[in-house]
Design a protein around this ligand. Structure first.
Ligand SMILES: *Cc1c(COP(=O)(O)O)cnc(C)c1O
Length: 239
């Protein structure tokens, strides 16, 4: 088994290669180490070799894990955010990748106002338009965009997508291209800046970088395979 330090080194090399291949600056690409399901000690190992930003997908898990780690660690939220978890989540995360409905955006805006916070968010788009229904369909996002931009507490910094599971990394490319094209259209149509594109995971982050990703969300390639939640619960007695 390879160590987290070695895995990170390898991921960083692949990021550098993809950036070079596409003539992009490494400064424009941020690696988010997705630490969901992995214990705090693994996060600490990554922090010790210079990884700064981590991603979690469950608020409860993050609330338990984040206090165990140095405050130098920075946290992004990448999962489905339940409305009743927004208040707890707001102070923990510096970027929310996965705003997937106008209702969630409105609730976050209202609670952020009550808490005196200004969350930074990305809008999750279902560019494939099939399979799982998570994320805005491109047309409904276009229809909601004015309303979203009018929410005074939210800073909308860009778009995020999770392509459908596919056997080949190359299968994701067309979805990354589509997300970037949608971003370009929206910048024109709505006269906004949407500089951030969150796309690419362990299997396809190199391709995502070639197509313009500014945030790649890499879990397995850094921390190893995740134990399925059901097994973990059986082993630890968690719910
Ligand atoms: C778990 C997760 C990842 C990381 O996936 P890997 O294939 O393990 O790299 C990336 N993005 C989101 C939204 C996730 O939930």
């Amino acid at each position: 088994m390879t160590s987290i330090a070695e895995n990170l080194e390898s991921v960083r090399l692949q990021i550098a290669e993809a950036a070079k291949k596409s003539g992009r600056s490494l400064d424009d690409i941020e690696l988010i180490a997705i630490s969901k399901t992995h214990e705090a000690e693994k996060v600490r190992a990554a922090l010790e070799v210079g990884q700064q930003t981590f991603g979690e997908s469950r608020v409860q898990e993050a609330r338990a894990k984040i206090p165990l780690l140095p405050s130098t660690a920075r946290w992004h939220f990448v999962g489905r955010l339940q409305k009743n978890k927004i208040r707890h989540a707001l102070p923990l995360f510096e970027l929310f990748h996965s705003i997937d409905s106008i209702g969630l955006a409105r609730d976050m805006n209202r609670i952020a106002d009550e808490e005196g916070l200004h969350p930074r968010v990305l809008l999750e788009v279902n560019v494939a338009g099939e399979g799982s229904k998570i994320g805005f369909a491109p047309d409904s996002l276009r229809a909601e965009m004015e309303a979203l931009l009018g929410l005074p507490r939210l800073t909308i910094e860009g778009l995020m997508t999770i392509p459908p599971l596919a056997p080949e990394a190359g299968d994701s490319r067309k979805f990354f291209v589509a997300l970037r094209a949608l971003r370009d259209q929206f910048e024109n149509e709505f006269s906004v800046q949407l500089p951030r594109l969150s796309m690419g995971m362990s299997g396809d982050f190199g391709i995502a970088i070639e197509e313009g990703a500014t945030l790649v969300r890499v879990g397995t390639a850094i921390f190893g395979r995740r134990t399925p939640a059901k097994l973990r619960a059986e082993n630890t007695g968690e719910i």
